[in-house]
Design a protein around this ligand. Structure first.
Ligand SMILES: *[C@@H]1O[C@H](CO)[C@@H](O)[C@H](O)[C@H]1NC(C)=O
Ligand SMILES: *[C@@H]1O[C@H](CO)[C@@H](O)[C@H](O)[C@H]1NC(C)=O
Ligand SMILES: *[C@@H]1O[C@H](CO)[C@@H](O)[C@H](O)[C@H]1NC(C)=O
Ligand SMILES: *[C@@H]1O[C@H](CO)[C@@H](O)[C@H](O)[C@H]1NC(C)=O
Ligand SMILES: [Ca+2]
Length: 352
């Protein structure tokens, strides 16, 4: 009862005082009854009183220690419960982590399987006629599922063996992704060497690498940019002609023949400009655009789009000019939720 009523020490203290007052008054009321009819009433009453007081004091001391014990027990119970709930919380987290790990293992295994199937398919002797250059070649060979594939080293294009992500669905498929933003954990504020070689994860956000892009654009190519905003709306921009020059020419961009519904051609402003990174300022500006816009891109002075900018999450996405922007659609300070840049040969023919 006491335990239930008194959850706090203040309450315990109060009840102690009340209890003591109670005991004191009953004891004092009892005392005279016992002693009626005796001769020396005064002295006995006095002695009885002192004895009562002593007993009371002992009882109070006893009670105090009892209450102390109770409250200590109470406290340790509470701590125990708290520890138990923390333990539960932890084991829940461990379970969740295990689940996540299992999930990523499965997706990794699926990826490996795709690659193994592909490699098996490729053990057939290769001639130039059936060389695999990119996702469009894979598409022609009936690989029509979007995902990660491994391209073999290619003499003609000069590409090393390369893991690529193929989009086999959008507008006929056959697209080799050169860039993707969708998860937002990979920084795109990288240096020249990293942009040259590529970075990120092929299943998440990545840049395929300027050297690889340059080699892939040795075939006359089309560039497609798919955009998505935080309301889930999508737009695209397509360029019937796309190429970049080699490293000696700073991977300069050439694009033409825009079509699409992206509100305007926000890559045109970057046409005929060199690639810049935070440690290599090749832009057409007194400013250092790569440092201002925090990415690697074909900066002019500076941007009409900034597809390699900073990934901002919903709520933070409309505050900065260094985000993933496409001015023609959402202006200079709206950072998009998802972007994919992809290419395929001009002569690609979609099958049904
Ligand atoms: C104090 O508590 C102890 C243990 O419960 C008991 O043996 C003792 O008689 C108590 N003393 C008084 C004066 O109540
Ligand atoms: C642009 O498109 C037009 C018409 O389709 C075509 O004649 C022209 O060759 C294309 N330009 C480039 C550079 O591909
Ligand atoms: C890009 O510049 C080239 C000339 O170098 C031009 O032919 C082409 O039309 C330009 N592209 C756009 C989209 O303006
Ligand atoms: C672009 O790169 C070329 C080749 O290195 C160079 O000649 C040219 O001056 C550069 N342009 C700018 C604006 O930096
Ligand atoms: Ca500059």
């Amino acid at each position: 009862m006491l335990k239930k009523l008194c959850r706090h020490t203040i309450c315990l203290g109060l009840s102690l005082v009340l209890f003591c007052l109670d005991t004191a008054s009953t004891q004092i009321a009892k005392a005279p009854k016992k002693r009626t009819g005796t001769q020396s009433e005064g002295s006995l009453a006095n002695g009885g009183c002192c004895e009562d007081m002593r007993m009371l004091k002992i009882q109070v001391a006893n009670l105090t220690s009892l209450l102390g014990e109770l409250s200590r027990k109470h406290e340790s119970d509470w701590i125990n419960i708290h520890l138990k709930s923390m333990e539960l919380e932890n084991s829940k987290k461990v379970h969740e982590d295990r689940l996540l790990e299992a999930e990523s293992k499965i997706s990794e295994m699926n990826g490996r399987l795709e690659i193994m199937q592909l490699q098996a398919a490729q053990t057939v002797t290769q001639t130039t006629a059936d060389a695999i250059y990119d996702c469009s070649t894979l598409y022609k060979r009936n690989y029509k599922i979007s995902g990660v594939y491994k391209l073999p080293k290619d003499e003609f294009l000069g590409t090393p063996d390369l893991e690529v992500h193929c989009d086999m669905e959008t507008n006929g498929g056959g697209w080799t992704l050169i860039q993707r933003r969708k998860i937002g954990l990979t920084s795109f504020n990288r240096d020249w060497k990293q942009y040259k070689e590529g970075f990120g994860t092929i299943r998440g956000d990545f840049w395929l690498g300027n050297e690889n892009i340059f080699r892939l654009t040795r075939q006359p190519s089309v560039l497609r940019i798919d955009l998505e905003d935080w309301e889930g709306e999508t737009r695209y921009a397509e360029y019937g002609f796309f190429t970049i020059s080699n490293e000696r020419n700073n991977y300069k961009l050439f694009i033409s023949n825009y079509s699409g519904n992206a509100g305007g051609d926000s890559l045109r402003y970057h046409n005929n400009t060199n690639f810049s990174t935070k440690n290599k300022d090749n832009d057409k500006c007194v400013d250092d655009c790569a440092q201002l816009r925090k990415g690697g891109y074909w900066y002019n002075c500076c941007t009409d789009s900034n597809l390699n900018g900073v990934f901002y999450r919903y709520g933070e996405h409309a505050k900065s000019t260094d985000g993933i922007t496409w001015y023609g659609w959402h202006g200079s300070s709206y950072s998009l939720k998802r972007v994919e840049m992809k290419m395929r040969p001009q002569n690609f023919v979609a099958q049904n």
